[in-house]
Design a protein. Structure first.
Length: 295
């Protein structure tokens, strides 16, 4: 080693020292930041700048990278807290929050434990918002509640340089007594709906039956009217025939009906013996005579 220094002499040593100093300055003055990070630079303990992704230059020995902050989106561990609704029901709410750091200079100098601070803020906001709503509203308006919680959390953590990307309401649990009461209420509501449905069905059946009876009555009345019109027409035709041909036309019609009745009785399979009055036989004889005379 002494031989090397003797060979270089005083000028060579100075050159080596200067070269080494330059190399150290370059090493300390150049900072390469990845895409997923930001670096906070301090000078004598005070904030100097924030380095973004890529190659950055700082003043060696004066500036130093005090904090390397990841700007990737983070998820808080699922948290569970108790809350009381507006109708005095105790619920246990499970939440999850996603956030990312957008301004590291605020985060590192204004809050020590970011995750704990956000979790505490979310718990307070969740209790406050659920306290304004009844249980049914909490169950049916989860999306609205999540949006409200997200906006409220964003307003609280804005000074910390944090952006809340999502706030999820994972579950709303009830104690066993409340569940039993809700189950009874649900069963009662189902029974009420079933009773209403049965009543509406019976009412509809009565209405349809009444409509059917009315329709039958209308059709019967129409049939009787048609029959009456037919009888009236037949009567008028007979009357006209009597008027045109005298009493003999009426007697001929009566004789024709009597013969038709006798033929019907004789053709009946259930009639083996027919007993008729004597005057009926005379009437049939007269009818045959009249028919023979007509023929």
């Amino acid at each position: 080693m002494e031989e090397i220094f003797a060979t270089l002499g005083g000028g060579g040593i100075a050159t080596l020292l200067i070269a080494a100093f330059i190399i150290i300055c370059l090493y300390k003055g150049i900072r390469i930041v990845s895409q997923s990070e930001k670096h906070v630079v301090e000078r004598f303990g005070r904030l100097r700048s924030v380095l973004g992704p890529g190659i950055n230059f700082i003043v060696p020995f004066l500036d130093r990278v005090a904090h390397q902050i990841s700007i990737l989106e983070r998820q808080l561990p699922n948290a569970s807290q108790d809350a009381i609704t507006a109708d005095n029901v105790l619920v246990q709410v499970e939440t999850s929050v996603f956030y990312r750091i957008t301004e590291p200079e605020k985060t590192v100098y204004r809050i020590r434990d970011v995750d704990a601070a956000i979790a505490t803020t979310v718990a307070g906001i969740v209790r406050a918002e659920i306290g304004k709503m009844e249980l049914d509203e909490v169950q049916s308006n989860r999306s609205t509640l999540m949006s409200t919680i997200k906006e409220a959390v964003e307003g609280q953590v804005d000074n910390w340089g944090i952006e809340v990307t999502r706030a999820e309401l994972l579950d709303v649990n009830l104690d066993q007594a409340t569940r039993d009461a809700m189950l009874q209420q649900l069963n009662a509501e189902r029974e009420r709906r079933a009773a209403v449905t049965r009543a509406e069905g019976e009412k509809r059946a009565v209405e349809l039956n009444a409509d059917a009876e009315l329709y039958a009555a209308e059709q019967g009345a129409k049939a009787r009217r048609v029959q009456a019109d037919a009888e009236a027409y037949a009567t008028s035709a007979v009357a006209q025939a009597i008027q045109d041909n005298g009493l003999e036309a009426a007697q001929y019609q009566v004789a024709l009906k009597q013969v038709e009745a006798l033929n019907a009785l004789g053709a009946s399979p259930s009639s083996s013996t027919i007993v008729v009055p004597a005057n009926a036989l005379e009437a049939f004889g007269d009818a045959f005579k009249m028919l023979k005379g007509r023929g």
